[in-house]
Design a protein around this ligand. Structure first.
Ligand code: ADP
Ligand code: ADP
Length: 223
């Protein structure tokens, strides 16, 4: 699914985001990327989204070479990916339904199909009954679940999350991780950047550890 081959990322100001990073994942895997601030987690996510280009090495996503992808191909690449942010970035003047529908409207799906898919996605995060409410009517954890529904509504092969539990207390954080596990069980590859080591250790998934742009660990969390 994802293959990094000695991927390096040096920013124009000389900062090294990643240094000769190599790893690969199979389709349907669940993995964490962890490391202190500045370790390279966000750089790794931005490379997968083609928001940044590697400065060396080769990066493949579902067989597509992201080191050589043209700008015209980027929208097609992003259709295969869902993204969850720490601050879910919901639109507060639109209902839950409309927030989740947005990616499908951009794709130009028909209204009945959008309706069906949005309700399926909301059901997946146990918020089907909240479709007509506004984000401000929901708790922080529920808002984050709406963000997850929006990230998976177009059925991406890969779900990326950047510190998705950063603002949540430990109980809610565990609940959100459970939602990611449910989505993974349906076949979606899930990659979560997080530095919440206590939570990660309990989940026993694969964990990549970065330190100053280098991979210093790759194994089951909590071992
Ligand atoms: P993390 O997400 O683990 O905190 P980052 O990927 O944001 O790490 O950062 C890795 C390194 O790359 C850091 O040294 C950081 O200063 C540098 N970096 C990240 N983004 C940029 C950028 N846009 N321009 C220059 N340097 C950057
Ligand atoms: P359609 O494909 O016609 O839009 P549905 O939304 O009812 O129809 O989904 C059809 C099947 O696909 C159902 O079994 C549903 O569980 C499954 N499905 C829906 N969303 C996803 C998803 N994000 N990932 C994997 N399977 C999904």
């Amino acid at each position: 699914m994802i293959r990094f081959e000695q991927v390096g990322k040096r920013y124009p100001n000389g900062h090294v985001g990643l240094h000769e990073l190599s790893f690969h994942t199979e389709r349907g895997e669940f993995l964490f990327v962890t490391g202190h601030s500045g370790a390279g987690k966000s750089t790794l996510l931005r490379l997968l989204l083609a928001m940044e280009r590697p400065t060396s090495g080769k990066l493949l996503l579902a067989g597509q070479d992201l080191s050589r992808i043209s700008n015209a191909q980027i929208p097609f690449l992003r259709r295969q990916i869902g993204v969850v942010f720490q601050n879910h970035q919901l639109l507060f003047d639109r209902t839950v339904f409309d927030n989740v529908a947005l990616p499908l409207q951009i794709l130009g799906l028909s209204k009945p199909r959008i309706h069906q898919r949005v309700l399926t996605a909301l059901e997946r995060v146990s918020l089907k009954d909240r479709a007509q409410q506004y984000p401000c009517d929901l708790s922080t954890g529920q808002q984050q679940r709406v963000g997850i529904a929006r990230a998976v509504v177009h059925r991406p092969a890969l779900l990326l999350a950047d510190e998705p539990t950063g603002n949540l207390d430990p109980r809610l954080a565990a609940e959100i991780m459970g939602v990611f596990e449910d989505i993974n069980r349906l076949g979606t590859t899930v990659l979560i950047a997080s530095h919440d080591l206590a939570l990660i250790a309990r989940m026993r998934h694969r964990m990549l550890t970065l330190q100053r742009g280098r991979l210093i660990g790759d194994g089951e969390a909590g071992q």
